[in-house]
Design a protein around this ligand. Structure first.
Ligand SMILES: NC(=O)c1ccc[n+]([C@@H]2O[C@H](COP(=O)([O-])OP(=O)(O)OC[C@H]3O[C@@H](n4cnc5c(N)ncnc54)[C@H](OP(=O)(O)O)[C@@H]3O)[C@@H](O)[C@H]2O)c1
Length: 258
């Protein structure tokens, strides 16, 4: 059976991607740091969908972990789907030294490890029988984010990389899709230490299963970019036509901690 490798599968969107992949009869390789949560998801998928599931714990903020993960995951298996979902943000001023460890981890997980896994995956898929990559970006990709500057920059990178590689690979049997959700009901804001904290979180948030389903469908259609929801389509479009100073002021307002 075709294997799907899903990062950040211990909760939130990643857990939903695991469910969707299992429903589509993929065997699963699930990764994140919290093994106990991964094992719960794995047991559920085995019981409900009868698929094979392998749990490979990895801390993708650590140098070399993404390469090790790919090596272990791909040994003797053809990975047909990679969902680069693991990600984190940090809230606060860039000049605040307290945030550095988390900002550094954001760059490692959202940018470096995502790139390593994507490089390995598309190389193997292009040399084999094709495959699909789903990179989870964000509407943060479409504008700079004062108050979450590093996070927004990492997601701009994910979108840019995904679009360029999707174009390079057209007609090859390998597709790359960037999913750009807006604020979604997951553990993300708790993890980013902004629970209850910003205007952004006062907007209505769709549940993870709705957002994941849209992303999974876009990946199966081989779409280059998927922005979920009307409100998010506006967030993606307006920064293209509005003056940058205004975009920065509005983004800063939305991201300001209360
Ligand atoms: N929720 C939102 O509002 C929103 C909006 C737009 C985009 N996104 C993006 O959606 C993706 C999924 O986030 P989510 O909303 O589902 O958040 P979440 O509930 O906080 O889940 C994040 C996942 O990433 C994993 N992760 C974090 N740090 C990691 C590390 N160092 N090594 C390995 N795995 C790590 C976590 O697993 P462990 O903690 O077990 O390692 C967890 O499974 C992220 O890329 C996020 O940027 C989220």
């Amino acid at each position: 059976m075709a294997w799907a490798l899903i990062t950040g599968a211990s909760e939130g969107l990643g857990r939903e991607f695991a469910r969707l992949a299992a429903e589509d009869r993929h065997d699963l390789i699930l990764t994140a740091r919290r093994v106990d949560l991964l094992e719960v998801v794995a047991a559920e998928m085995r019981a409900e969908h009868g698929v094979a599931v392998e749990v490979i714990p990895a801390d993708l903020a650590q140098q070399g972990e993404a390469a090790r993960l790919w090596q272990v995951a791909s040994a003797g298996r053809e990975i047909k789907v990679l969902v680069n979902n693991a990600g984190l943000g940090s809230a606060g001023a860039f000049a605040d030294p307290e945030d550095w460890a988390r900002e550094y981890a954001s760059v490692m997980v959202n940018v470096v490890s995502l790139t390593v896994l994507m490089k390995e995956a598309v190389t193997a898929m292009a040399a084999g029988s094709g495959g699909r990559v789903l990179n989870v970006a964000s509407t943060a990709a479409f504008m700079p984010g004062p108050g979450m500057a590093v996070y927004h920059a990492t997601k701009s990178y994910v979108l840019s990389l995904s679009e360029a590689v999707a174009h390079e690979l057209r007609g090859s049997g390998v597709t790359v899709t960037a999913l750009c959700p807006g604020a979604t009901r997951t553990g993300f804001f708790r993890a980013a230490d902004v629970e209850g904290g910003t205007m952004l979180q006062r907007l209505p948030m769709p549940p993870a299963e709705v957002v994941a389903l849209k992303g999974w469908a876009a990946m199966k259609e081989g779409r280059r970019v998927a922005v979920t929801g009307v409100q998010n389509k506006l967030f993606a479009f307006l920064p293209r036509i509005a003056p940058k100073a205004l975009v920065l002021r509005i983004a800063a307002q939305f991201l300001r901690r209360r």
